[in-house]
Design a protein around this ligand. Sequence first.
Ligand SMILES: [Zn+2]
Length: 99
Amino acid sequence: MAVPRRNSPRPEDRRPLGGGVGWARAESGPDGDWLVRNISGAQAQKTYRCPGCDHEIRPGVPHVVAWPAEETGSVEERRHWHQGCWDSRGRRRPTTRRW
Ligand SMILES: [Zn+2]
């Protein structure tokens, strides 16, 4: 039985996004609607860069991953945030909004 070939090398990226799948929650903020998933320390196995503070999120650090709700088909839109940075993003007023 043929398995569709995907471009993504990482199994986690093959999961369906949004659509009420149940592993992500929807949040509305001043910057739009987002789908958000909590990442536990055990699940955090790579270093990410938080767009809120521009500092690294180290492996083992619980954090959140969020992506625009209207971009449910694009895993490239996902961003990893410190929990606190995500919670305070509406107050932080970033000067650049390239993403
Ligand atoms: Zn941060």
